[in-house]
Design a protein around this ligand. Structure first.
Ligand SMILES: Nc1nc2c(ncn2[C@@H]2O[C@H](COP(=O)(O)OP(=O)(O)OP(=O)(O)O)[C@@H](O)[C@H]2O)c(=O)[nH]1
Ligand SMILES: [Mg+2]
Length: 180
């Protein structure tokens, strides 16, 4: 008899991005019902955090790679397989208000996407132009275009991009639209 445990069917969503980009906050607000204001004092995530979450009745596995550089680096070496194998959705989070960090983020984005696709060539890649609430209205389209061109959205990898904030409905809309 072939017995497959439910564990084998749990789908994996992986959050990657520089430190302070907002990964833990997104997980807390969308999956754990925490108020946006309560994320203000979040501490940096150490190494890799994983959680099983009941998302509208479906159990999913949510991984976050701490965005401080040593944690990103070790995710590509020591923890490569446990982090990047079997990813259904890779969510790369960018702090839209920190344009001087875009190129640095790109370096890690390229590695994370390459690895996730190496293990699963059907992995879906979503870029969040996050914290968009911090960008002045008249600067928004310029910043979004800059992210789009820097990350070569839809070209280098088959990625899609959305603008999001934990302070409005955008983050819920985007995460709900992702096929988790
Ligand atoms: N204005 C604004 N602030 C946000 C938003 N999302 C997150 N933050 C804030 O950004 C800060 C850092 O958030 P975290 O979620 O801890 O960032 P992180 O990406 O998990 O950082 P590491 O764990 O170090 O990788 C917190 O103070 C949050 O309140 C957003 O959409 N808008
Ligand atoms: Mg974190």
């Amino acid at each position: 008899m072939n017995y497959i445990s439910t564990e084998d069917h749990v789908e994996k969503i992986l959050f990657v991005g520089l430190s302070q980009s907002g990964k833990t906050s997104i997980i807390q607000v969308v999956f754990e019902g925490i108020l946006p204001e309560s994320t203000l004092k979040n501490q940096a995530t150490g190494r890799i955090k994983k959680k099983k979450i009941d998302f509208s009745g479906k159990i999913i596995s949510v991984f976050e790679v701490g965005g401080q550089i040593p944690f990103l680096e070790e995710s590509f070496s020591n923890f490569k397989e446990s982090v990047y194998s079997d990813v259904k959705n890779l969510i790369f989070v960018i702090d839209s208000s920190q344009r001087h960090h875009f190129l640095k983020a790109l370096y890690y984005y390229n590695q994370a996407c390459s690895l996730a696709l190496e293990y699963n060539n059907n992995a879906k890649i979503t870029i969040l132009a996050h914290k968009i609430d911090l960008v002045a209205e008249e600067k928004k389209s310029e910043i979004l275009n800059e992210i789009k061109s820097t990350f070569n959205v839809g070209k280098t990898f088959d990625s899609v991009m959305f603008q999001t904030s934990i302070y409005d409905e955008t983050i819920f809309e985007v995460i709900s639209s992702i096929d988790v």
